[in-house]
Every structure is written in C-alpha cells, then in structure tokens.
Design a protein around this ligand. Structure first.
Ligand code: HEM
Ligand code: HEM
Length: 216
C-alpha cells in the first residue's frame, strides 16, 4: 500500500496545482487520438467495397475499439483514485454541470461503443478472431448457441446501439472541444493548461518545483 500512497501523493501534487497528473494527461491525449481515428475509420470502412480491404479495416477497427475499452477501464480507475484538479475558471455552476455531464457521457460511450461493437461482431457467425491492439486474442461473446433468429436480433440491436453511440459522441465532441477553446481563447483561464503536458521551464508547475536544479 505504501507504493500506492506514493503514487497518489505524486499525482495530487499536480491536481493541487490545478493540473491533471501526467498519467491523466497521457490517458486523455492517447485516447482522444484513438477515438478520433476510430470515428474516421468507422465512417470510411462502411463505404469500402466488400472485399479484403473492407475486412482488414473492420479488423483494425475492432482491435483499436477493444484497446479503447481496455484503456477506459484503467483510466476510470485512475480517475476514481486521483481527484480532478479544481480550476478557478469562475464559470457559472451550470457550466461545471454540463462539463462534468459531458465527461461522464464520454466514459459511458467508451464502454457502450466497444461493447456493442464486440456484440455485433460476435453475433455474425462464424465469429471471426478478435484482438486487443493486434496483440492479445479476445474471445467473441458467447452467442454461438443462440438460434439464427436470436443472433440476428442481437446483431441488429447492437448495431443500433453502436450507431446511436456514434451520434452521441459526434454531438458531445464539438461541445467539449468548443468549450475548451472558449476557455482558452475567450476567457483566457487555466482550464486547457490543466490538460496539457508540463512545460519544464514553467516555474509554477509542480514538476518544475520538484526538479528545479537551482533549488537543490
Ligand atoms: C470507441 C470505440 C468505437 C468507435 C468510436 C466506433 C465507431 C464506429 C463508427 C463511426 C462506425 C460507422 C457507423 C456508421 O457509419 O453507420 C462503426 C461501425 C462499426 N463498428 Fe465501431 N466503433 C468503436 C468500437 C468498435 C468495436 C470494439 C468493434 C468490434 C469489436 C466495432 C465494430 C463495428 C462494426 C462491425 C461496424 C459496422 C456496423 C454496420 O455495419 O452497420 N466497433 N463504428
Ligand atoms: C476524442 C476527443 C476527446 C475526448 C474523448 C475527450 C475526453 C475528455 C474527458 C473524458 C475528460 C475528463 C478528464 C479525464 O477523465 O481524464 C476531458 C477533459 C478535458 N479535455 Fe478532452 N477529450 C477530447 C479532446 C479534447 C480536445 C481536442 C481538447 C482541447 C482542445 C480537450 C480539452 C479538454 C480539457 C481542457 C479538459 C479538462 C476539463 C476540466 O478540467 O474541467 N479535449 N476530456
């Protein structure tokens, strides 16, 4: 437990300074890149002609989608373990509520999208191999014993959930990014700085305070 206490202390030294910890920051940007790639690939692959290329694109889409699920579980646990930074943006209460609601919606979608994709994939028989990031084999969900009619039902239901999730994500993303840009360029507060990597020369950053050679 001592190690966990040290990790928490290290991360809280950042959140006290109104910043996400480096772990939170890397989770944010790696997953943001994967989610954007996934949205683009999903849209493009649907429009490929049936054939080898389409199949490979679906395989990559599934492998990355499952990676997003895996990262989201660890990110969610990390977020429960480390409190968020409290930014003094001075924004009215309703804006905090909308911002937090959007963040919860993202976490829900990080689960719903891959799970519905996984279900859709598993309901199409014979279920093709799946993997996490192309490295770890992932079994299909156990739908092989269902009757073809039920398999079809699962597939169409999962597909509707997946597409609804895509729409919800496409709605929340501009809201989230637009709000971040407004904070940065209009309000000129520290909200976006909180999710950007530390600049070592920035004397106000906890990283700089800990590693400043002049203080040693
Ligand atoms: C965060 C993760 C994911 C995102 C953002 C995402 C996004 C998308 C998008 C944008 C489409 C195209 C929808 C359309 O144009 O109608 C799509 C389709 C699809 N996705 Fe995903 N996806 C994710 C995870 C997964 C996973 C993990 C799997 C499989 C294991 C998967 C399987 C599929 C399949 C089979 C389709 C085709 C659906 C159809 O034919 O209507 N997806 N996805
Ligand atoms: C697919 C793209 C993105 C997703 C899914 C996403 C998701 C999230 C989530 C879930 C959080 C909550 C913090 C956490 O739990 O780690 C967050 C925070 C944040 N994001 Fe994003 N984000 C994306 C892109 C962006 C972009 C492009 C920007 C900037 C232009 C941005 C700016 C921020 C800021 C400033 C915060 C901190 C908000 C606060 O402290 O209240 N995000 N994002």
């Amino acid at each position: 437990m001592k190690l966990l206490d040290h990790i928490r202390e290290w991360a809280v030294s950042y959140t006290k300074e109104k910043k996400y910890s480096p772990v939170g920051i890397w989770f944010h940007w790696i997953m943001a890149a994967l989610v954007l790639f996934q949205l683009g690939l999903g849209w493009i692959m649907e429009r490929f002609f049936v054939g080898g290329e389409k199949l490979s694109a679906y395989w990559v889409h599934a492998a990355i989608g499952l990676t997003i699920l895996f990262l989201a579980i660890w990110r969610g646990l990390w977020r429960l373990f480390i409190p968020d930074p409290v930014n003094d943006s001075g924004a009215p209460e309703w804006q905090h509520t909308v911002a937090h609601g959007t963040q919860y919606a993202f976490y829900t979608l990080f689960a719903i999208l891959p799970l519905s994709g996984w279900a859709m994939w598993s309901a199409i028989q014979p279920a093709q191999p799946l993997s996490l990031a192309g490295i770890v084999a992932v079994p299909p969900m156990p739908f092989y014993d269902l009757s073809p009619a039920w398999q079809y039902w699962v597939m169409t239901f999962a597909e509707s959930v997946h597409v609804a999730g895509v729409w919800a994500l496409s709605l929340f993303l501009p809201l989230h990014v637009g709000a971040a840009l407004k904070h940065h360029f209009w309000n000129r507060d520290d909200v976006v700085r909180g999710i950007l990597p530390d600049i070592p020369d920035d004397e106000t950053s906890p990283g700089a305070m800990q590693h400043n050679p002049q203080e040693a």
